[in-house]
Design a protein around this ligand. Structure first.
Ligand SMILES: CC(C)(COP(=O)(O)OP(=O)(O)OC[C@H]1O[C@@H](n2cnc3c(N)ncnc32)[C@H](O)[C@@H]1OP(=O)(O)O)[C@@H](O)C(=O)NCCC(=O)NCCS
Length: 187
């Protein structure tokens, strides 16, 4: 039996975090920030700040929170941010963000499983497009997004600042289910 086959992998949308889940989620977040960041935090915040952050995410209707589990423990997370109802023009799309797998859980296929689960959920709520952006230096994530069919459409040379270094960012989209017939723009 391979090491991978010994482990139980799972991905899900989560609407409540019990005490054990909150502890696991904060531990995973801290480990990921310490390793390579990649989702906003450059330095590790205090634990109570992190807990308030995750509680806040659950409280916001426009954010759907997803986690992956390795042998039951939360080992990574991502969010799908939808547009508010007043933005009818963009309501067919959403933004995948705050995505990471804890360093100790990488290489098991959990990243791919997370994206699959998010895409299934996005289809179930009738979204057509998922957008995302990522720092140029997150090589593994870029490889993963390309493998999962995300298409790069842009690059911002001034995307993030780590210490005093400016890092470019790449912008991707994926059509997860067919768009309504497109009317060409008249020129
Ligand atoms: C990117 C990340 C989410 C991948 O998670 P993971 O669970 O290790 O990924 P998986 O095991 O599902 O790997 C799937 C694919 O991702 C790519 N990949 C992941 N880790 C890789 C590595 N170390 N080297 C090369 N490619 C890698 C590969 O395409 C891989 O497919 P393959 O095994 O067929 O080559 C994880 O490394 C991470 O959290 N990185 C830091 C945070 C980050 O960059 N987040 C994205 C910000 S938007």
């Amino acid at each position: 039996m391979t090491d991978l086959a010994k482990h139980k992998l799972a991905a899900q949308r989560i609407e409540k975090l019990n005490h054990a889940d909150m502890t696991d989620l904060c531990d995973a977040t801290i480990a990921a920030i310490e390793k390579d960041g990649g989702f906003g935090w450059v330095t590790v915040p205090e634990r109570d700040v992190l807990e308030r952050y995750w509680k806040g995410v659950l409280a916001v209707n426009l954010r759907d929170l997803f986690v992956v589990r390795l042998d039951g423990a939360i080992a990574g997370t991502a969010q799908l941010i939808k547009f508010p109802p007043n933005n009818q023009a963009q309501s067919f799309s959403a933004q995948l963000t705050t995505f990471f797998i804890a360093p100790w859980a990488r290489g098991f296929g959990l990243g791919e499983m997370m994206i699959d689960t998010i895409e299934q959920h996005a289809k179930s709520i009738n979204l057509n497009i998922i957008n995302l952006d990522v720092r140029e230096t997150q090589f593994n994530a870029i490889k993963l997004f390309r493998k999962m069919g995300y298409v790069q459409w842009g690059m911002n040379p001034y995307y993030a600042m780590i210490d005093t270094r400016i890092i470019p960012g790449y912008f991707f989209h994926k059509i997860i289910q067919p768009l309504p017939s497109i009317t060409p723009i008249e020129t």
